[in-house]
Design a protein. Sequence first.
Length: 201
Amino acid sequence: MAESGLTAWHYFLHLLLSEKGSRRFEYRCEEPLTKTRQSMDWLLLRKREDAPATDDAQTLRRLWSWLPDTTIVEFKSASRGYRPRELHRLLGYGEQYYSANADTVPGANDLALVLMVGIGNDTLDDDITKRWLRREPLGGGYWRLRGGHLPMYLVDITGVATHDPDDPIVLFARNLTPPRAAQDWWYAHQAAMDKITDPST
């Protein structure tokens, strides 16, 4: 490590580029990729031990059997909506994780990406087209996005809840009324969260 904090090879290459490279460029070595810290919304790791013999999932019931041992999930709420290039961000997360975890992700099929949206919109459709991906309908609000390096799925929560109104994921859909059981679940957890964040308790 050089005194500047750069790795030694970067340090000397930076000096070389700065002194002898094109003067039409500014050279920034080891520049942070983004202004804010990057973090995946969720990383799903299939359990090796203590996994139940049967899967009794009560939400997104069709999704789980499609996923490999490792999955990255990105969520965009119905209220906020999908915004430009957020698909690109998920693809970037996937490639970074794939390159850094060869021990647990030996091949491309060992890592999947899931983009979960409250409801789709034209901006999402445009980004899918721009990335040369194509939709393969799986039914019930699910799609496989073909054409990328890593297996990728699109989940339209409003579509899922429309086909399966008893799925508590309806809580995250647009303009659908949740069943009583889902509402009770929400309010029970909301009360617990309020108690945790209340400074008077």
